[in-house]
Structure formats: structure tokens, C-alpha cells
Write a protein that binds this ligand. Structure first.
Ligand code: HEC
Length: 95
């Protein structure tokens, strides 16, 4: 029984970790609803349309976008796939 509970917990934890496209990892800086200026520096991204967010995130990836603190965002986006970025952009547009 204990083993079953443990397995279930591990499975649940893995599911959360695998959804890299969850905004939860962004919320620490951008706010739960993307309503904050991240580290007091970024634009408020809540409601940005999908194309704008996608362009920004891909730009951070290839170094063609960003301001003084773009290094912070580069670290965030390098682990995201195109599908993750599309997913996040949709979530942000709905905030
Ligand atoms: C450690 C804090 C931190 C985390 C975590 C973080 N960001 Fe950012 N984000 C920033 C900062 C700082 C900027 C402004 C960077 C710059 O100078 O271009 C920024 C900028 C942005 C911008 C562009 C806004 C602008 O000002 O042009 C977008 C879009 C964005 N972040 C999305 C995300 C997403 C999506 C995630 C999660 C995958 C995320 N961020 C995680 C700190 C963070």
C-alpha cells in the first residue's frame, strides 16, 4: 500500500515537471497572472497576443530580442521547445 502511494506521488510529481509549458515557472518573476514587471524591469506581458510573445521568446533564444536583462530570459527560454513556447504564448494571451 505504501509503495502504491509513493508511486502515485512520483507519477504526479513527474507530470508536473514534464509540463515545462506551465506558466508556474515564469510566475516567480512575472506574477501569477503575468501582471508584474519581472524584476521591476520587463514590460507587463499579461494579454500580449500570441505572435508578440512568440517573437519575444524566440528572440531571447537566438539573442535578437531583449533589453539589459535579456540574459535572465535566455536562461528561461533555452529549455523550451517550439510547442512549449506556443503553449505559453496562448496562456499569456488569455491572462
Ligand atoms: C528570473 C526571473 C524571470 C523568470 C523566471 C522569467 N522571466 Fe520573463 N523576463 C524577466 C526579465 C528581467 C525580463 C526583461 C528582460 C529584458 O531586459 O529584455 C523578462 C522579459 C520577458 C518577456 C518580454 C517582455 C519585455 O519586456 O519585452 C516575455 C514575453 C517573458 N519575459 C516571458 C517569460 C516566460 C514565458 C517565462 C517562463 C517560461 C519567463 N518570462 C520567466 C524575468 C523573468
Amino acid at each position: 500500500m505504501k509503495k502504491l502511494v509513493l508511486t502515485t506521488l512520483v507519477a504526479a510529481a513527474t507530470a508536473v515537471t514534464l509540463s515545462a509549458a506551465s506558466f508556474a515557472s515564469c510566475a516567480a518573476c512575472h506574477g501569477q497572472k503575468a501582471e508584474k514587471k519581472a524584476l521591476g524591469k520587463s514590460a507587463i506581458i499579461a494579454g500580449w497576443d500570441v505572435a508578440k510573445t512568440t517573437a519575444a521568446l524566440n528572440g531571447y533564444k537566438d539573442g535578437s530580442y531583449g533589453g539589459a536583462m535579456k540574459g535572465v530570459m535566455k536562461g528561461q527560454v533555452m529549455k523550451l521547445s517550439d510547442a512549449d513556447i506556443a503553449d505559453l504564448a496562448k496562456q499569456i494571451a488569455a491572462m
